[in-house]
Design a protein around this ligand. Structure first.
Ligand SMILES: [Zn+2]
Length: 276
């Protein structure tokens, strides 16, 4: 199929008897629409998606690699996966976001997982696949896992699961809010990431980390990525998340959030996750 200027080939590996093919194709289409919405284009000209049918009803084991002309995504899909499960799945969108970032050296792996973790729900909200309340609820619930723990030596030197995925996502959220504050809410992390992609920085390339940062900052006109990286790369740099949620106007309430429009950063919140 072709979406957002990208060609998507889907390969069902092995025995595809009883495989929910129509549901899986619809799921891939939805994820491709989400990343195309966020980036304004599909991140690579060509991706091959390998689906591995497995027993059960889970979607797991997602991996994404760069190739000469784009990327390759590999995912295990349970033969009994339901339509409802495909509908709420995040993994395919997460893997497709990986297509939008150049490969970087191992110590910066947190930026790859951080961007995929942060952008995935926002991209899905952009196409109406997730409500903003749900996105912010999950962000406020999960982001504490990205805070530095005892002995933390900064993002480049602490390769734990929490710091890689959620520490990276925290970097993205802080960058997004700061870019928007400094540009009068005219630019955001989305502009930085689109700028990196427009400069050819997708997964088929390996880039020096400084080039990623510099290219993103050039697209927004403010050196927020550079400054935040200097602050977080080699020091724990704790963040008062409860204060940030308050300024964004998020009040957690059971399994959802109440969004307040009189909060100082409410206008920024509404632009980061559209659909309120
Ligand atoms: Zn990932």
């Amino acid at each position: 199929m072709e979406i957002g200027g990208g060609k998507i080939d889907v390969v069902i590996e092995g025995d595809n008897a009883d495989f929910p093919e129509a549901l899986a194709m619809n799921w891939i289409t939805t994820a491709a629409r989400a990343v195309t919405s966020y980036y304004g284009t599909f991140p690579v000209s060509h991706v091959v998606i390998h689906l591995h049918p497995v027993a059960g009803d889970e979607i797991e084991g997602g991996r994404t690699f760069g190739t000469n002309d784009g990327g390759r995504i590999s995912v295990e899909v349970g033969r009994a996966t339901t339509a409802a499960h495909f509908q709420r799945d995040w993994l395919m969108t997460h893997e497709m976001v990986h297509l939008s970032i150049p490969g970087v050296a191992d110590e910066h792996h947190w930026i790859e997982e951080g961007i995929a973790t942060y952008v995935e729900p926002i991209a899905r909200a952009e196409i109406g696949n997730l409500r903003p309340e749900q996105v912010w609820n999950d962000v406020a619930r999960d982001m504490p896992q990205g805070l530095p723990q005892a002995g933390d030596r900064g993002l480049d030197f602490t390769a734990t699961w929490g710091r890689t995925y959620w520490g990276g996502a925290l970097f993205c959220l802080l960058a997004d809010v700061e870019i928007r504050q400094r540009t009068g809410n005219r630019k955001g992390l989305q502009d930085a990431l689109r700028g990196i992609l427009a400069a050819g920085g997708n997964i088929s390339e390996d880039w020096d980390f400084e080039r990623v940062i510099r290219t993103g900052d050039r697209a927004t006109g403010v050196p927020v990525l550079h400054e935040l990286y200097e602050k977080m790369r080699a020091a724990p740099s704790p963040v008062a998340l409860d204060d940030l949620w308050k300024r964004l106007g998020l009040e957690r309430s059971g399994r959802s959030v109440v969004l307040h429009d009189d909060a100082p950063l409410a206008a920024i919140r509404r632009v980061i996750v559209p659909g309120e």
